[in-house]
Design a protein around this ligand. Structure first.
Ligand code: B1H
Length: 814
């Protein structure tokens, strides 16, 4: 380690600050510091460099008293903070030099930065990309969420099957967050209500929990704005510790209520397959919403009085149905606590909320049993009934005698046990509803929410998702970012992604193409190193890097990908090299712990990987790497290396997809169906630069509606038959394979067999195209040049213009 005397001789500002933080925050010196000490001190130093901007942002917001966007989401996949904050604060280079001067390996320190995995997948990462874009666009905004003690589980493979380990992400402390116990909130659950005249009631909760917030900084890129995300953690109220029980030696009983309170924010989406699990999940949702609404009102009151301006100063975006209980909660606050008339409260509420729907799958549309709500949130159930009553009167007036329509629109689902349809509550209580890609928004109005769209067509919007070019290019792919910046002259394009169009001409420049290929190859080398250490697979850095990264779900059809790998395996084994080029097939993704069908596909993918990778005849052409524990950090490694992006869901099922955008922006060509945002990607990059196959949503729905016999495809297609046979009794046999194949041949819910031939033939076209590297590179560059639309900055602009009607408040630069 370098002598401290040397450090004193050349104290750069950062070195000085770092040593100061090491001393004051960690109580140590550079000679005795652990790597963790150094990491924490570095993180604090970098955070300090964003704080002035945050203070200035807060001041500017206070002065302007603007309309704020409040984003409510049960999930955020923020990704690692250190790399991002170094780049956004402009301290990356000095920090590196400072560490090196201190004799510290920057990579070793950076490796200790932990990703807060406070989400499941695309929906959570979208929330993070939108916050990034909001700050970058100088929009006054706060994200609200839950500070789960345990984030998304860590995935391991045991014998090829997924095993889940808890993710104690903040064990060493999270240096990026500021605790604010003084802003804590008291949240009630259970208990009873009593009428208090008119529509008012008094709710006496049976249990109270404290919500303690902490915030993390959300810096904009290339601007002075630093917004925040506020995350709530559940704590027990002091009175829930039972001293008398403790005194009597009954320690377990003494802390029982305390422990129960804490479980509310203990885990991201606990298993909801049991009654208890479901209750906890609804508790989480209400906890998030109740804490956040109180905080929003507190903030509003800093600069405003009364309720007249509330709906002008506040817009609350509901990220899917998880926070929708906010609608009756605001009504409860306004009517019961603030004494507003029902109509006035409803008018405010309906001007405050907007709802984003992220799915078309009926099983993903949340409903809560009325009995559970009555017990947990008795007053909210009464309010929901009243909202529904008034709403159905409107419906009856508009459509006299149409009982079927009343049933379809009702917030309450009848038949058996009554349930509350959260999506219906969301639409009724919001001024705007949006889907997340053009096709999805259209299908929403034609299917899932059709009756609502007929009744209130102007309330429905489309806002196509986007991704942060900072996270997925600047942070993840420095090589490509440098190359693009050199061509475009500086890094301004990272705030104005349409400027990527200027790369169009570069596709015709052989020198540029060679450098483009060199960057991709470098990235494949980095990925290969990771695949070797994490999955024990050695990948050829010159092979086509063929990537499928997303949650495991049957509709996404990872199984189709696996069947094609088996086809390639069979062809190579028999010496038929049709459609064969050197390929690295990369998988990443987790399955919900209780989703057995998805886990069967995962086990099959790992089994195929094992057999393929061990076969010396096949190894020169084909490798399969299932990289464990896919998360944002792994995405940052895989995406820059990818050449081919697998977006092969059954058309009409994937609301949008966002890995499709991340991969296209990193120069991968897409093989995909006309589903979700694939449609818009293809429209923009051009049909020549996109490998399209399979049924569209209309054809798929028609095939589903009629008699469908998947076995016919098996019988008529020899390659398909060989692939499936190899799974049942052949080399790829594994546990559950019989179930999997049984389902495939009899039901095939997601029409995998119907799209099989089109997919395999399309993959042959991919291989053919890959053989011409110059042409492939041209297409890769064009994909990037034409994908500027998929920046989350554009998504935020769309929300601002069509839904939020908010204006930027620039705080001025450093
Ligand atoms: C999306 C979810 C989701 N849609 C329930 N819905 C969850 C629903 O744990 N839960 O209860 C978790 C997640 N996630 C995804 O959102 C869509 O499937 C993608 O197509 C879309 O790109 C993404 C962002 O809009």
């Amino acid at each position: 380690m370098t002598q401290v005397s040397h450090v004193r001789a050349t104290p750069t500002e950062i070195e000085f600050e770092l040593l100061g933080n090491l001393a004051r925050a960690r109580g140590t010196t550079v000679e005795s510091a652990s790597a963790q000490d150094l990491y924490q001190a570095l993180a604090l130093t970098v955070r300090d460099h964003l704080i002035d901007r945050y203070i200035r942002t807060t001041k500017a917001h206070y002065e302007a008293n603007p309309r704020f966007v409040y984003y409510l989401s049960a999930e955020y996949m923020l990704g690692r903070q250190l790399g991002q904050n170094l780049l956004y604060s402009g301290t990356a280079d000095v920090a590196r030099s400072a560490l090196e001067a201190l004799g510290v390996d920057p990579a070793e320190v950076a490796a200790l930065d932990v990703e807060p995995g406070l989400g499941n997948g695309g929906l959570g990462r979208l929330a993070a990309c939108l916050l990034d874009a909001l700050a970058t666009s100088d929009i006054p905004a706060v994200g609200y969420g839950i500070r789960y003690d345990f984030g998304i589980f860590k995935q391991e493979f045991r014998g090829g099957a997924q095993a889940e380990r808890p993710d104690d992400w903040a064990y060493y402390g999270n240096p990026w967050e500021f605790r604010a116990p003084d802003d804590q909130q008291h949240i009630g659950f259970y208990g009873s209500t009593e009428p208090a005249g008119g529509n008012r009631a008094v709710w006496t909760p049976g249990e109270t929990v404290l919500g303690e917030p902490s915030h993390m900084l959300v810096p904009g890129y290339g601007t002075g704005t630093v917004n925040i995300i506020r995350l709530w953690r559940a704590r027990s109220a002091p009175e829930s510790f039972d001293l008398s029980q403790f005194g009597a030696g009954r320690y377990g009983e003494a802390v029982e209520a305390m422990v129960r309170s804490g479980t509310i924010s203990a885990v991201l989406y606990p298993d909801d397959s049991t009654e208890l699990g479901r209750e906890l999940r609804l508790k989480q949702q209400y906890f998030l919403v109740a804490c956040s609404l109180r905080d929003i009102i507190r903030r509003y009151r800093l600069r405003n009085d009364g309720w007249d301006a509330f709906a002008d100063k506040v817009v609350i975006q509901l990220n899917d149905t998880h926070p929708v209980i906010a609608i009756p909660e605001l009504m409860r606050i306004l009517v019961d606590e603030e004494g507003l008339a029902w109509e006035q409260a409803w008018s405010i509420t309906r001007r405050v909320f907007a709802y984003t729907c992220h799915t078309l799958l009926p099983e993903a549309l949340e409903t809560w049993p009325v009995g559970l709500l009555r017990r947990l949130l008795p007053r909210h159930l009464e309010i929901i009934y009243l909202i529904n009553h008034v709403f159905l009167q409107e419906v009856a007036a508009l459509y006299p005698g149409d009982a079927d329509r009343l049933r379809r629109l009702s917030i309450i689902e009848e038949g058996g046990e009554q349930r509350v349809r959260m999506a219906h509550l969301a639409v009724v209580g919001s001024f705007a509803v949006n889907g997340v890609a053009a096709l999805h928004s259209r299908l929403l109005t034609e299917t899932t929410l059709r009756a609502f769209a007929e009744m209130m067509p102007r309330q429905f919007h489309n806002v196509t998702n986007g991704i942060s070019p900072r996270r997925f290019l600047l942070v993840a792919n420095p090589g490509l970012t440098r190359l693009i910046s050199a061509r475009l002259g500086g890094t301004d394009w990272l705030r104005d992604l349409d400027r990527l169009a200027e790369l169009e001409a570069a596709a015709g420049d052989p020198d540029f193409r060679a450098r483009w290929r060199a960057v991709k190859r470098r990235n494949r080398q980095d990925l290969a190193a990771h695949a070797l250490s994490e999955a024990g697979v050695s990948l050829d850095p010159d092979a086509l890097c063929d990537v499928m990264i997303k949650r495991f779900h049957e509709y996404k059809r990872q199984l189709l990908r696996v069947l094609h790998v088996i086809v390639l395996y069979h062809r190579i084994k028999r010496g038929d090299l049709t459609g064969v080029v050197r390929r690295s097939v990369v998988f990443g993704g987790k399955a919900a712990p209780g989703y057995h069908a998805a886990k069967r596909v995962m086990l099959l993918a790992n089994t195929v990987a094992e057999v393929v990778n061990a076969d010396p005849d096949v190894a020169p052409y084909l490798k399969v790497a299932f990289l464990p524990d896919y998360n944002v950090t792994r995405a940052e490694l895989i995406i820059p290396a990818a050449d081919l992006s697998e977006q092969i869901s059954l058309a009409g099922k994937e609301a949008s997809g966002t890995s499709n955008m991340k991969l296209a922006l990193n120069g991968a060509l897409t093989i995909g169906t006309l589903d979700g945002a694939n449609v818009e990607i293809r429209d923009r990059v051009g049909a020549d630069n996109f490998f399209l196959f399979g049924m569209d949503a209309t054809e798929a729905a028609a095939l589903r509606a009629g008699p469908y016999n998947p076995r016919t495809y098996y019988e008529l297609d020899e390659e398909l038959r060989a692939a499936i046979d190899a799974v049942v009794g052949g080399p790829f046999a594994c546990e559950g394979a019989d179930l999997l194949v049984g389902e495939l041949l009899t039901r095939d819910e997601y029409l995998t067999l119907a799209d099989f031939r089109a997919y395999v033939d399309c993959q042959d076209r991919v291989a053919e195209a890959w053989r011409d590297q110059e042409e492939w590179t041209r297409r890769s560059i064009r994909n990037v040049a034409r994908s500027g639309f998929f920046s989350s900055d554009r998504t935020v602009q769309d929300y601002c213009r069509d839904i939020w009607r908010v204006e930027p408040v620039p705080p001025g630069r450093d």
